[in-house]
Design a protein around this ligand. Structure first.
Ligand code: SAM
Length: 274
C-alpha cells in the first residue's frame, strides 16, 4: 500500500481512534475491546450517535451519486475511514464503471482494511488507499498514487466527510482547505460535513458536548464548529442547492425524520469550483 513521508500513526488497540469508533457506531462491530468499551461510554452520554453516523454516511453516498450525475469520474476521499457499506468507489461505480477513487486516511487500521478490501476486489488498478494526512495537502496531491489515478486537469470529486472535527483550530483548517481548493481544477465539487451543536435543543447540546469531550481520551480529540465556521470552509466554492443543510436533509432520497434528535447535529453541503 502507498505510504508517505510523515509520521505514521501505528494502530494502538488500547487507545480508541475516531476511525474505529465511527465504524462501531455504523456497524455495531468493534475492532478492539477498548473501542467497544469506550463507545458504550459515549452512547451513555449521547444515545443517538449511531443514527448520527448513519446520517453522515448516507450523505456521503448521496453526494457521491450527485457528483457522478454531474459527470465527475475521479474522486479524492480524504478521511475515508474503515471500509464499510457504501464505500465511495462502490457507490460511484454503480453508475460510472470507469470511476477512479483515491482514498486517504491517517489511521493505519483504516489504511490496512481499505488495502485488504481493494486487493480482495481486484480494484487496485483503479482505486488506491494512501496513508496521508489532511494537514499535509501537498503530500496528498503530490503522492504517486494520486497522480496515477487523478488527472488534475480534469474536475475532481472531493470528499472530506466528518474529518474537519479532528483538525483543531491550531492547525488552521481554513488555510488547509484553501490549499486543497487551490489544487482543484474548475468544475470540481467538494462534499463536507461537520458535527455542530448550533441548532440542537439545549438538552441535546449538553449530551453531545459531553460525548465530544470524551474524545479527548482517544487519538482524535473533537473540535465542534458553528454553521459559520463550517460555511467558511467552502470559501471560494459556490454551494449547490440546498446550500448548507442538516446531513439527512441534503437532497434526501427517502423521507426525513424531522423530529429525530440527531438530525440538526451535523451540517452538510456540496460546493462547486466555478
Ligand atoms: C468519522 S470518520 C469518517 C469516515 C468517512 N469519511 C465517512 O464520513 O463515512 C473520520 C475519518 O477521518 C480520519 N481522519 C481524522 N483526521 C484525519 C487527518 N488529519 N487526515 C486524514 N484523515 C483523518 C479518521 O482516521 C477517520 O477515518
Amino acid at each position: 500500500m502507498a505510504t508517505n513521508d510523515f509520521e505514521s500513526r501505528e494502530v494502538d488497540p488500547r487507545v480508541p481512534s475516531a476511525a474505529r469508533l465511527y465504524h462501531y457506531y455504523l456497524t455495531g462491530e468493534p475492532v478492539f475491546d477498548a473501542d467497544k468499551l469506550f463507545a458504550e461510554r459515549v452512547f451513555a452520554r449521547f444515545s443517538h450517535l449511531d443514527t448520527w453516523a448513519h446520517h453522515n454516511r448516507d450523505f456521503l453516498g448521496r453526494a457521491t451519486r450527485f457528483m457522478v450525475e454531474q459527470g465527475i469520474r475521479q474522486f479524492l476521499d480524504i478521511g475515508s475511514g474503515l471500509p464499510t457499506g457504501g464505500n465511495t468507489h462502490e457507490v460511484a461505480r454503480t453508475s460510472a464503471r470507469d470511476a477512479r477513487v483515491v482514498y486517504v486516511d491517517n489511521d493505519m487500521e483504516a489504511v490496512n482494511r481499505a488495502h485488504d478490501l481493494l486487493l480482495h476486489q481486484n480494484a487496485l488498478g483503479t482505486t488506491a488507499i494512501v496513508e496521508a494526512d489532511l494537514r499535509r495537502p501537498d503530500l496528498i496531491f503530490d503522492h504517486s498514487e494520486t497522480r496515477r489515478l487523478i488527472d488534475i486537469d480534469q474536475p475532481v470529486g472531493l470528499l472530506i466527510v466528518s474529518v474537519w472535527p479532528f483538525v483543531p483550530e491550531s492547525e488552521r483548517p481554513l488555510e488547509l482547505m484553501a490549499s486543497v481548493r487551490d489544487r482543484l481544477p474548475s468544475g470540481s465539487y467538494a462534499a463536507m460535513t461537520h458535527v455542530s451543536l448550533d441548532d440542537a435543543s439545549i438538552e441535546i447540546q449538553q449530551q453531545m458536548a459531553s460525548a465530544a469531550e470524551l474524545y479527548d481520551e482517544t487519538s482524535d480529540p473533537v473540535t465542534l464548529r458553528s454553521r459559520a465556521q463550517f460555511a467558511a470552509l467552502f470559501d471560494g466554492f459556490e454551494l449547490v442547492e440546498p446550500g448548507i443543510a442538516y446531513a439527512p436533509d441534503w437532497r434526501p432520497d427517502q423521507p426525513v425524520d424531522v423530529e429525530h434528535p440527531a438530525r440538526p447535529c451535523n451540517f452538510a453541503a456540496v460546493g462547486y469550483t466555478p
